[in-house]
Design a protein around this ligand. Structure first.
Ligand code: HMG
Ligand code: MG
Length: 321
C-alpha cells in the first residue's frame, strides 16, 4: 500500500533563530541552511526582511540568501511584512538575474511568506496594525510578488490561543485564511503561536477553517510550549493537512508571544512518522525523504552554536541510542 506523502517546511533558520537572544553570525546561518538542504529538506524558510528594530536577530538576510550554496529542487523562502521587505528581496534577486549563475541553481529565494493573525491584539503586537489594515497592506505586496513569479505563502498566527486575549474565535481564523487565499497565497499556515493548543482544539479549528479553505491548501505550524505539538501534528494529518512546519532542534518561538517556546522539532516528527501510513517527502540528498540521522546532528550542532544541548526529545534519544 502506498504511503501518504507529507511535506515539511523547515522553519529553523527563520522562526528558530529569530527568537534567540544572542546574535548568530551570518556564516553560521548560511551553514545551517546548507546543512538542512543536504539532509534532504526541500522547503527551507531562510530568514526574514523585517524591521531590524523589531527583530534584530533577522538582520543580514540579504547576505545569507545571496551567499548560501543552493541546491536544485529546494524552495528557499523569506518572511516579509510589507512592501519594504519585498523590495529587500527583489534587490537581491535583481543582482542574481544579472549574474552568471547557472540555470540549474535555484534563485536565492523563490517564495515569500506574508503574515497576519486571528486577533487584533496580536496583529498590533507583531505588525503594529489591525487585522483589517494588515490584510489591506499585504494584498498589493502579494500581488507584486506574484507578478515577479514568486510563490506566496500566508501565515495566520494565534489560530487557537492568543497570548493577549485568550481563546480565539475559529471563525476569525477561517475568515483571515480565506482572505489570504484570495490574495493568491498557495498555502495558508495556521499557527499555534503560543504552543498551548490541544489535539481537540486543533481538530475543531481545522474543521471550521476547512469550510472555506480546501484542506490541500492548509499547513500546520505548532509551537511546543505545552508538549502537545507532535500530537497536534498527527491530529492535523488525520484531518487531511499534508504540510507541517517544524524546526530543527526544536529551535524557536516568536518575539511577540511571551513565554512561547520553539516549533515542534523536525526530529520529533521524523521519528514519530516512522513506520506510519505517512512518508515525509525530501530531495535526493535525503534519499527522497529527510534524513533523521543528519537532522539530529544538525540539531545538536546548531544548539551547540547557541551554547546549549539539543532540546528535541527525539534528537536527544536518537543520538544516545
Ligand atoms: P512600524 O514601526 O509600524 O513600521 O513597524 P514603520 O513603517 O514605521 O517603520 C519603522 C522602521 O522600520 C523604519 O526605519 C522603517 O524603514 C523600518 P526608521 O525610519 O525608523 O529607521 N522598516 C523596515 N526595515 C527593514 N525591513 C522592513 C521594514 N519595514 C519597515 N521590511 C513593521 C511595522 C511591519 C515594520 C514591524 O512591525 C515589523 O517588522 N514586524 C515584524 C515582526 C516579526 O518579524 N515578527 C516575527 C515573525 S512572525 C512569527 O514569528 C509568527 C509565525 O512563526 C507563525 C506563528 O508561529 O504564529 C510566522
Ligand atoms: Mg512561529
Amino acid at each position: 500500500q502506498s504511503k501518504i506523502p507529507v511535506n515539511i517546511v523547515e522553519v529553523g533558520p527563520r522562526d528558530g533563530l529569530q527568537n534567540e537572544k544572542g546574535v548568530i553570525p551570518v556564516d553560521v546561518k548560511v551553514e545551517l541552511i546548507e546543512k538542512l538542504a543536504l539532509a534532504g529538506c526541500n522547503n527551507i524558510e531562510a530568514g526574514s526582511f523585517v524591521s531590524p528594530k523589531w527583530v534584530p536577530q533577522m538582520a543580514g538576510t540579504s547576505e545569507i540568501i545571496s551567499r548560501t550554496h543552493r541546491l536544485p529542487n529546494v524552495h528557499y523562502a523569506v518572511l516579509v511584512p510589507n512592501q519594504k521587505g519585498l523590495d529587500g528581496l527583489l534587490s537581491v534577486l535583481n543582482t542574481y538575474n544579472t549574474s552568471s549563475d547557472s540555470e540549474s541553481v535555484p534563485p536565492p529565494s523563490d517564495e515569500i511568506s506574508i503574515f497576519t493573525a486571528a486577533t487584533d491584539a496580536f496583529t498590533r503586537a507583531n505588525l503594529n496594525t489591525s487585522i483589517t489594515e494588515s490584510l489591506a497592506k499585504l494584498a498589493p505586496v502579494a500581488r507584486a510578488a506574484l507578478d515577479k513569479g514568486l510563490r506566496v505563502r500566508g501565515y495566520v498566527s494565534v489560530a487557537i490561543v492568543c497570548p493577549y486575549t485568550g481563546q480565539v474565535d475559529y471563525k476569525k481564523v477561517r475568515e483571515v485564511s480565506k482572505e489570504l487565499l484570495e490574495m493568491g497565497c498557495y498555502e495558508i499556515s495556521l499557527g499555534d503561536t503560543v504552543g498551548r493548543g490541544t489535539p481537540s482544539q486543533v481538530a475543531e479549528m481545522l474543521e471550521e477553517v476547512k469550510k472555506d479553505v480546501p484542506v490541500e491548501r492548509l499547513a500546520g505550524h505548532f509551537h511546543d510550549t505545552f508538549g502537545t505539538a507532535v500530537a497536534n501534528v498527527f491530529t492535523a494529518l488525520e484531518h487531511g493537512v499534508r504540510t507541517i512546519d517544524s524546526s530543527v532542534g526544536g529551535l524557536g518561538g516568536c518575539p511577540y508571544s511571551p513565554g512561547a517556546t520553539g516549533n515542534v522539532a523536525t526530529e520529533d516528527i521524523l521519528y514519530a512518522l516512522q513506520g506510519s501510513k505517512y512518508s515525509v517527502t525530501g530531495t535526493e540528498y535525503g534519499n527522497g525523504t529527510i534524513d533523521l540521522d543528519k537532522i539530529t546532528e544538525i540539531g545538536w550542532w546548531i544548539s551547540g552554536q547557541l551554547g546549549r544541548e539539543s532540546i528535541s526529545r527525539a534528537g536527544r534519544a536518537w543520538r544516545a541510542k
